[in-house]
Design a binder for this molecule. Structure first.
Ligand SMILES: NC(=O)c1ccc[n+]([C@@H]2O[C@H](COP(=O)([O-])OP(=O)(O)OC[C@H]3O[C@@H](n4cnc5c(N)ncnc54)[C@H](OP(=O)(O)O)[C@@H]3O)[C@@H](O)[C@H]2O)c1
Length: 331
């Protein structure tokens, strides 16, 4: 089978090599999968560069989430069967940018026949993160105001949809007029091109000076610093990621004076600490999708061979929504 592998760290286009590698049988507690679709995520870029918080041994295959068919189950696995269509988080280092992959059975979730492969591959990490962040970490209430930064991106587009499904007023920021339009099409009420306009003023104007109750921040850096200026009384700023490249400091005196919370979100940790919650959230996401309340914004479906160039565009803000790579198994 073919897999994209990294032998030395660097930019995805420079270091990813498409290689023929032997198929691997699942170990105890694992399943093997024929990958039909692998959705790209910013952390895949960070993994190639060696900048992700956890570093796999070289050589490794990136690819953080897939949809595919179970081909074999390892010893002790009774939660999933051979032949089932599933969403899965591939075993770290043995990732999804490949024709076959391995996953712990505990991170594999069934999907209905109505969900096509690219949509299935795009319905997991970003929506799980958004749902747990908005509901469990921020306790977003109907009628509250939610500001989503980088709203046209992978996690951003999911958060806009989930915010609307929760009955919130959703505002968004995005870089450039095309991405602003993407956010509007997703249903954001106020959208600011934060490359040219000040989102603090726009949020205050739209809330009679009150500010946003919940701010969803995958960007960090200056965007976090400015968010503190427009967070509401008892607001919650959700720390999702740092695509700007700078991890901002949160001055605790400011949080005290304005009565707001800075709330960390690490979705992957729920897999270790509260795996049952991931399964429950999966069921809720499938329900919301079937009800037409959420639908992954898959902007591009490309062959697996095109993954490095697609990751390069993702790293340089050249994509919107989710980019998904498919294999022959998707046909
Ligand atoms: N906390 C968690 O559990 C969790 C889970 C999943 C992902 N994440 C994190 O969420 C972040 C977004 O991931 P994603 O997969 O949604 O990525 P994505 O689709 O590429 O979206 C990221 C967006 O960030 C914006 N951005 C702002 N400054 C940037 C810069 N200097 N370079 C690149 N992009 C910049 C861009 O939108 P504009 O052009 O509109 O500014 C870009 O499209 C990543 O940091 C990822 O690690 C966290």
């Amino acid at each position: 089978m073919r897999a994209w592998r990294v032998h030395e760290l660097g930019e995805p286009v420079d270091v990813l090599e498409l290689e023929d590698v032997p198929s691997v049988a699942p170990g105890p507690g694992e399943v093997s999968l024929d990958v039909a679709a692998a959705s790209l995520n910013f952390p895949d870029v960070l993994l190639c560069r060696g900048e992700y918080q956890v570093k796999p041994e070289l050589p490794f295959t990136p690819g953080s989430e897939v949809a595919g068919t179970v081909t074999a189950v390892g010893e002790g696995v009774d939660t999933v069967r051979e032949g089932e269509r599933v969403i899965a988080i591939p075993k770290f280092g043995n990732g999804g940018l490949a024709e076959e992959t391995l996953a712990a059975a505990a991170t594999v979730y069934p999907i209905p026949a109505s969900l096509d492969w690219p949509a299935a591959a795009a319905l997991h990490i970003t929506y799980q993160t958004g749902h747990l962040a908005l509901h469990r970490r921020a306790a977003l209430q109907p009628g509250e105001t939610l500001l989503v930064h980088a709203g046209a991106g992978g996690v951003g587009s999911a958060a806009i949809q989930l915010g609307r499904a929760a009955g919130a007023r959703v505002f968004a920021t995005a870089g450039g007029p095309e991405k602003v339009q993407v956010c509007r099409d997703l249903g954001a009420e106020v959208v600011v091109d934060y490359r040219s306009d000040d989102f603090v003023t726009a949020v205050k104007d739209a809330t009679d000076g009150g500010g946003a109750d919940v701010i969803y921040d995958p960007v960090g850096g200056d965007t976090f610093d400015r968010s503190r200026k427009c967070v509401a009384f008892e607001g919650r700023i959700l720390i999702i990621g740092f695509t700007s490249g700078r991890i901002a400091d949160a001055p605790t005196n400011h949080a005290l004076v304005k009565n707001y919370s800075v709330v960390g979100v690490h979705w992957g940790l729920y897999n270790l600490m509260e795996p049952k919650l991931i399964g429950e959230t999966h069921d809720e996401l499938i329900r919301l999708h079937a009800a037409g309340e959420i639908a992954p914004l898959v902007s591009e479906v490309l062959p697996l061979e095109d993954a490095p160039e697609a990751l390069a565009r993702l790293a340089s803000r050249g994509t919107w929504g989710k980019v998904v790579c498919t294999t022959r198994a998707a046909a």
